[in-house]
Design a protein around this ligand. Structure first.
Ligand code: HPA
Length: 277
């Protein structure tokens, strides 16, 4: 079962039959939008608009914990995050797709863990995560491979087959926003090994892993990053590129739903083994 967190409007996928919408308050507050659940063939698929349906949640105020929690509680084991990014790597051009392999977090003040020891929320319900939260123990999750290798592999195969321009093995630098970066910040991110920059890739990836979910990140290069572009950046440019790529993104999602086997054969389900102190 795959859930897609991305722009609104993605859910008019060809062959996607909407069955219901789910919206409830989680121990971590309200999600940014109702979860739209339906089927592609016999596969259940969900969509969640990260910024809300009216795009009223800016990157630093997205209720990331509530968003991942509702998908976890609904039983979705795989998450695909779709993102617009600026390119830092000079080989990455506007319109290219990017499969992320690692991240560097430059955000601050975001609630980026469920495991707060004695300060945790103690949710009701059965499950490894719920038990661990109720144990009040400290939990340290391994992040040496943050993005699910099974999802990454499937994305690369799909992009290759479709003949879309893409890059894999990318490092995503997540900035706090909501402003775009300075030229000096981009020079720094470049020196540190970042390929792309965005404002929403973290903490989604971290929260998914803490819940033992598989998480993949598919980006579209919307613009060259500040200083690499020789002009001021605008939201208009980003939105225009995402509109232009909307059909391609839907095709990729459709293929991903069909391609991923029911069984997870990655290490993600074991994320909490040995993590508890
Ligand atoms: N910086 C940060 N976030 C972004 C960018 C950028 O250049 N483009 C799209 N999202």
């Amino acid at each position: 079962m795959l859930a897609v967190i991305g722009g609104s409007g993605l859910y008019n996928l060809e062959g996607f039959k909407i069955e219901r919408e789910v919206f409830f308050e989680t121990p971590f507050g309200l999600p940014s939008a109702p979860v739209v659940i339906g089927k592609v063939g016999d596969r259940r698929v969900a969509f969640l608009a990260r910024h809300g349906r009216d795009h009223s949640y800016p990157p630093h105020r997205v209720p990331y914990r509530a968003n991942l929690w509702i998908l976890y509680k609904l039983g979705f084991k795989r998450i695909l995050g779709v993102f617009a990014v600026g390119s830092i790597n000079r080989n990455y051009k506007p319109g290219d797709f990017v499969v992320v392999e690692d991240f560097i977090n430059f955000t601050s003040g975001r609630e980026d863990t469920y495991y707060e020891g004695k300060f945790s929320h103690f949710p009701e319900g059965e499950g490894e995560v719920e038990d661990l939260l109720r144990s009040k123990r400290a939990v340290h999750v391994d992040f040496s491979e943050p993005y699910c290798p099974q999802i990454r592999g499937a994305l690369v195969e799909i992009l290759e087959n479709k003949g879309f321009a893409y890059h894999t093995g990318a490092v995503y630098a997540c900035t706090q926003g909501p402003r775009f970066e300075t030229k000096a910040e981009i020079r720094m991110l470049d020196k540190l090994g970042s390929d792309v920059v965005g404002m929403t890739g973290y903490p989604e990836v971290a929260l998914a892993r803490e819940l033992t979910l598989c998480y993949g990140a598919l980006c579209v290069v919307a613009n060259p990053a500040a200083g690499i572009a020789s002009y001021p950046l605008t939201s208009d440019e980003v939105i225009e590129m995402m509109k232009e790529k909307e059909e391609n993104i839907k095709e990729i999602i459709l293929d991903l739903v069909k391609k991923l086997p029911e069984e997870r054969s990655c290490p993600c389900p074991n994320a909490l083994k040995g993590a508890q102190v």
